[in-house]
Design a protein around this ligand. Structure first.
Ligand code: ZN
Length: 71
């Protein structure tokens, strides 16, 4: 298992965490979304074929946005 590094929230600098969802009985796949614990700012969310694929895309999007805000 690779460790996931989430940058601080681009909105408030708070700690962000990954959330996962799967709709039982539907074949939509796996959902991952990054949500800030402090201000509840969130990424767009991704449906993918696996949690790891959805997660990777969400982390990349989140970290890129956080990086843009910081520079
Ligand atoms: Zn925040």
């Amino acid at each position: 298992m690779s460790e996931i590094k989430l940058k601080p929230c681009p909105f408030c600098g708070g700690v962000a965490q990954l959330n996962y969802e799967r709709i039982t009985g539907e074949n939509k796949g796996f959902w991952a979304q990054v949500i800030c614990r402090k201000c509840h700012g969130r990424s767009g969310g991704t449906w993918a074929g696996s949690y790891s694929a959805a997660e990777r895309k969400e982390v990349n999007t989140w970290n890129r946005r956080a990086g843009e805000q910081n520079e």
